[in-house]
Design a protein around this ligand. Structure first.
Ligand code: BG6
Length: 504
């Protein structure tokens, strides 16, 4: 296969390779990179896990994942055979130093066979409790030493509050240099999320009006139709604020609010993003409840005609759980650009649809010259960045409705990725894994970003922990969340906007 790749020979070790993430996301993404010619000719994926199985069983397990979850659907036998010859498996107990010596030998043997050193990537697709142990074991086995060639990739959750995240960062940076550490936020790998940068900084049109003089407020919605599925055990300890807002929604906010970067260097982009997080006005602890933050938990309900059980009846969830499955925040960014412009964020499980979008709502015109009857359908301008499921951008403007009377209506000028480019977008993990292989950390979270994001949500976590919620469950599955979330905006004489995808 023709290679597009400028990547060096690489050995990717996947810890927890027998688990869900490797089967659903990582290997399908690597397989697609392989099909598209992005992987170097010399690459190996070494899976490590506790489950005893031989390499054939391991390959078969991953093939099932590709057939079920790859965006391309079922793999062709000949493609899979060529790809799977690069897959190896080691049964390993991560607490056992011997396993790391074996891994080290395996890597050395591979490099010897290729006659050159390879980039060594260690991917932790394991529960977070394993992070410190594996990093330490790699360090002890001398596998962290080469700062140029060695990279380590962590999945979220990265800590569960500011204190634990700082501690984890301290431990990890005692074994690896910060430049070797890649902390994944898969939202940053989504095409439309990356396109926010292109849209804002490759066009002269928007930047001059992208501030408090013209923008009234911003809404960021990440709605999920699914419940907690088989992840109740993890989720019940996390909740929506930790699971979604601390990372994905705050990262989207950063891209919408950051200052123009001087270059697209990893540190330049990350510096500009961290500036946003640091400028977020601390939420006053005494006013958290309802004025700045709202939490909710789904009760039983209907989605698409299907009965959905209450969160408290999901597997591995406590029947008296007070964990929030919905969270909404109002944030302000204290800088010149965004002074007093509220950013409203909301996310939840078991909402009516899977929709992620950002609405940038502009201020009304300074003087309204049209007569009152003309204005019945009038709305302020709104720019909608649709992240999923429809990837695109829509600008809602006013137009005269055809007819002899003057009546205004809001209409959308839309750009849809699928229609314009007619090529399927890569999955977020394809983008992110290729970046890891190429050593580009732009789309990954630096230690200071993680800590700054935890600082934003910590007052809310503390206030919520100190006071049990009243009236949980407080929204039925299939609704748009608790009423208190509506009041977060109606108190400011605003309302949550119906998502574009819903409106159409
Ligand atoms: C994960 C969360 O980070 O993102 C999940 O842990 C959530 O709870 C998922 O379902 C949503 O990702 P996506 O790409 O489906 O929007």
């Amino acid at each position: 296969m023709q290679s597009n790749s400028h990547t060096e020979p690489a050995i990717m070790t996947v810890f927890g390779a027998g688990g869900d993430l490797a089967q659903r996301k990582l290997v399908p993404a690597l397989f697609n990179l392989f099909l598209d010619g992005w992987l170097p000719e010399q690459f190996r994926i070494v899976g490590l896990d506790r489950t005893p199985m031989d390499v054939q069983a391991f390959r078969q397990h991953l093939r099932e994942g590709v057939d079920r979850f790859s965006r391309r659907g079922k793999a062709k036998d000949q493609d899979w055979d060529r790809f799977s010859s690069h897959l190896a498996y080691l049964v390993a107990d991560f607490a056992d130093q011997e396993a790391f010596s074996l891994l080290s030998d395996r890597i050395a043997a591979c490099e010897k066979e290729w006659g050159q050193p390879a980039d060594r990537i260690f991917y932790l697709a394991t529960p977070p409790t394993m992070m410190e142990l594996i990093a330490q074991q790699l360090h002890r086995a001398g596998l962290s030493d080469d700062r140029e060639r060695v990279r380590i990739v962590f999945e979220k959750p990265f800590g569960r509050d500011l204190e634990s995240a700082c501690k984890l960062n301290d431990v990890l940076t005692s074994f690896f240099a910060e430049t070797q550490i890649y902390r994944i936020d898969h939202y940053l790998g989504k095409e439309t999320v990356q396109n926010i940068l292109a849209f804002r900084f490759a066009n002269a049109l928007f930047e001059p009006i992208w501030d408090q003089r013209y923008i009234d407020h911003v809404q960021i919605t990440v709605a999920e139709e699914v419940g907690v599925g088989h992840r109740g055990g993890y989720y019940d300890q996390a909740g929506a604020l930790r699971d979604m807002i601390q990372n994905h929604l705050l990262q989207i906010l950063c891209l919408v609010a950051m200052e123009p970067p001087v270059s697209f260097g990893a540190d330049e982009i990350r510096n500009k993003k961290v500036d946003v997080l640091r400028a977020i006005r601390p939420i006053p602890t005494k006013d958290v409840m309802d004025q700045f933050a709202v939490r909710g938990q789904y009760g039983e309900g209907q989605i698409d005609g299907r009965h959905v059980p209450a969160y408290r009846h999901e597997n591995d969830v406590s029947s008296t759980s007070n964990t929030e499955t919905y969270a909404a925040l109002k944030l302000f960014i204290d800088n010149w650009r965004w002074q007093n412009v509220p950013f409203y964020l909301r996310t939840g499980k078991c909402l009516p649809a899977r929709i992620s979008e950002v609405s940038v709502v502009f201020r009304p015109v300074p003087h309204q010259s049209f007569p009152k009857p003309a204005l019945e359908g009038w709305e302020t301008n709104r720019l909608v960045i649709q992240i999923q499921p429809n990837e695109g951008i829509a600008m809602c403007v006013q137009a005269k409705r055809p007819g002899l009377e003057v009546r205004l209506d809001s209409v959308a000028m839309e750009f849809c990725y699928q229609e314009v480019f007619q090529t399927p977008s890569p999955e977020a993990y394809e983008t992110l894994l290729l970046d890891v292989l190429q050593g580009d950390a732009t789309l990954f979270m630096r230690a200071d970003q993680i800590e700054a994001a935890w600082s934003v949500v910590t007052p809310v976590l503390e206030a919520w922990a100190a006071k049990a919620p009243v009236g949980f469950p407080n929204y039925p599955a299939g609704s748009w969340g608790p009423e208190a979330a509506d009041r977060l905006l109606t108190g400011d004489e605003r309302h949550w906007l119906a998502p574009m995808a819903d409106v159409e």
